[in-house]
Design a protein around this ligand. Sequence first.
Ligand code: UD1
Ligand code: MG
Length: 465
Amino acid sequence: LTVVSAPTVVILAAGQGTRMKSSVPKVLHPICGRPMILWPVAAALEAGAARVVVVDDPSRKLESVLPEGVTSAVQEQPRGTGDAVRAAAALIDPDAPVVVLAGDVPLITPAAIAELVAAHAAGGAAATMATMELEDPSGYGRVIRGADGAVERVVETKVAGDATPAELKIREVNTGVLAFDGRALLDALDGLDTDNAQGELYLPDVLPVLRAAGSRVGAHVLADPRLMLGVNDRVDLATVTGHAQQRINEAHMRAGVTFLDSASSVVDAGVEIGRDTVIEPFTCLRGTTRIGEDCRIGPSSTLIDSELGRGVTIRHTYADGALVEDGANVGPFAYLRPGATLRAKAKVGTFVEVKNAIIGANSKVPHLSYVGDADVGEDSNLGAGTITVNYDGRRKHRTTIGRNVRGGSDTMFIAPVTVGDGAWTAAGSVITQDIPPGALGVARARQHNVEGYVERRSREQEEQS
Ligand code: UD1
Ligand code: MG
């Protein structure tokens, strides 16, 4: 039995990412809602790394997203992946294995890291490179194996000049993920030079240095190349995001969630969904959204940072920062904005916008309404076209509506205003004064009918022509 000590994991992320053509650092581009760099960081932590070191550039832009317990090192200039590892040298334990990951190879799993570490320990090599065979290997470093099949070196292809036409035909590539003996790596880094097409210190060049020193270099060929696709441009970003999304959705399906069309369902990493919930097509679940059991979401709904209880129905809806409790019913075509709180079995229907407002249990706002900065008690019903007039041009005010209230259609509540329990409003009312409990508030002009008006009017028009 070999006891494998926990590895130091060094994640390279100080490159410029020029091919992204972006003002945002490459590894801060989100993949399924989570900055790219946090994908390999999470995998390393889950794989039981003794220490995780992220190599950043001097702007230290990554620091703000890195979790507690992850160390960063600074590479002063982007002089290549070998130089980037060198920037972390002081944090590398010479007596433990080292795993080098790339910040732009985000789909790596904890299992893949553990397998590489195990293969490295079993092979007794000073370095073990994870490799994969690709249909289209363009842009990757190609693995050159000797007559005996052992890895000799890697030849880079990012710019012309390093690889020969014959080498470009090789389909086995360096994934950018390698395991080393700490001490062997630290020694070999001193043997790198910049004698190559990019004038950089290439990390894979430590392999021939190790071989020259009499050490063995191994390769661990990955069965599933999707795990180690690199992101160099936005086409790669889209490909990798697709795989990440599939992984997320499949994990939910295995945990008891039904997707009617997984391919059109966008679910961020970290979203929680309860059992027997059904996700209908064209649905986006983002940020910190948490959904209970037995819900039905979609089609065409977006939930951002929202929390749903169990048995909630949401159709054709956009919700951001909403809390929707058990059995509530939303949409089709509702807009829930931050602070919208729907208590159990509340209903918010078609073309209704709710912001910073509580809709009490069993209460209904079924059609064409705006409810903002309001508290609505239980068992109330606000008719079609209800508006809480919350803004006087300078400040926002609250509307307080009691329980069991019946608001007539087209009622405007001019806030601040309070409506007592059991009160009613007449349709078309502009409510500017509080309504006591049980009262009817009528605030509209009385109708008067002008008898014979139509006939008189057409007679006048005939006389004029
Ligand atoms: C690298 C490998 C290539 C491999 C590919 C896999 C080298 C020289 N080449 O190429 O063999 O097939 O990854 O995806 O290692 N970085 C730094 N500092 C630097 C340069 C890069 O921290 O000075 C970081 C980048 O931020 C990135 C990673 O290292 O996260 C890889 O750099 P990149 O420029 O993308 O290398 P590739 O050309 O993709
Ligand atoms: Mg790359």
